[in-house]
Design a protein around this ligand. Structure first.
Ligand code: MEV
Length: 322
């Protein structure tokens, strides 16, 4: 058996503005997807039964390009779609692929990128393909985009592959920055990145003179945040998270649920800063706790009906396990 795992991610600053080339800062987090591969002569099976909302199993027929499912859940189906795309691209067969993930899907935490990267790394090792880490990253980006019909963020696959922090503009640069502890609040509402990106781009087309300065301000926040993070000036970093959240609200990607979690974290939770993360329209927010303040924020978010995850940033990228 060959096993690989890859991390999910959060966007700390710069979402949406990055689509117009403004820098965004993302980080790998310590929620991981794990993929194992064993030989299974004559068949291809994908077992996603360990994902949330249990299912039994899947049989994929790569030749017929169809997936037979036995008792399905949305989460398992999503994972199966990405894994079967990787199998097809690598023309891999005679295998059982088992996936487990602690990253909630369709929440903006890079779950699909982590599953694609971990599957590629496990198959790379199992089949002796000798792909480099750089090749795994670019192949993962290509496959994620293929499944998502042209939509895919290079940030997600770069963070899942290389880990750490990545600054994305027209290029992707790894940045060495200290670890942060964050509390993620999940609204449990799936979002659709394509819809949110289209909404912001349409606003930009209607009111370029209004939206351009908002993007510019978001870019200035990303740049300033890099210095503050480097210098450990977390109170100021929190203040900029709050400003970035306000700007994302101005772009129309906030929701009542997201703002309730943000205000709960800043209010009863005592967070130094809180903002939505990713595309918005649902999905997740992140909060920056004071020293030892994670539990208080988690309680405040849960009281506001969010699901919480305590995460660390700057985590390791894809790796072989066991
Ligand atoms: C979505 O996770 C982040 C966006 O900036 C879109 C993108 O960068 O592709 C909203």
């Amino acid at each position: 058996m060959t096993t690989a795992s890859a991390p999910g991610k959060v966007i700390l600053f710069g979402e949406h503005a990055v689509v117009s080339g403004v820098p965004a800062l993302g980080s790998a987090i310590d929620l991981r997807a794990t993929v194992s591969v064993v030989d299974l002569p004559g068949r291809v099976e994908i077992d996603a039964s360990n994902l949330r909302l249990m299912v039994t199993g899947f049989t994929v027929d790569p030749l017929a390009e169809c997936i037979h499912t036995v008792g399905s859940s949305r989460d398992a189906l999503l994972a199966t779609r990405y894994i079967s795309a990787v199998l097809k691209e690598l023309r891999a067969g005679d295998l059982r692929v088992t996936v487990e993930s602690r990253i909630p899907p369709a929440a903006g935490l890079g779950s699909s990128a982590a599953i694609v990267v971990a599957t590629l790394a496990a198959l790379n090792e199992h089949l002796g393909l000798k792909m480099s880490r750089i090749e795994i990253g670019s192949e993962a980006y290509r496959i994620e985009k293929l499944v998502q019909q042209g939509l895919g963020s290079p940030m997600d696959t770069a963070l899942s592959t290389f880990g750490g922090y990545q600054l994305v503009s027209d290029k992707i640069q790894a940045r060495k920055l200290p670890e942060l502890r964050l509390v993620v609040g999940y609204t449990e509402r799936a979002h659709d990145t394509r819809t949110e990106v289209a909404k912001v781009q349409s606003l930009r087309q209607s009111y370029p003179e209004v939206v351009a300065p908002i993007f510019q301000a978001i870019g200035a926040i990303s740049k300033r945040a890099l210095e503050l993070l480097e210098e450990g000036r977390l109170e100021e970093l929190g203040a900029l998270m709050n400003v970035n959240h306000g700007l994302l609200e101005a772009l129309g990607v906030g929701t009542r649920e997201l703002s309730e979690l943000v205000y709960a974290a800043r209010g009863a939770g005592g967070a130094m800063g809180a903002k939505l993360t990713g595309a918005g329209g649902g999905g997740c927010m992140i909060a920056l706790p004071k020293e030892g303040g994670e539990a208080e924020i988690a309680t405040a978010i849960r009281q506001a009906r969010g699901r919480t995850f305590a995460v660390k940033t700057g985590c390791e990228g894809v790796r072989l396990e066991g």
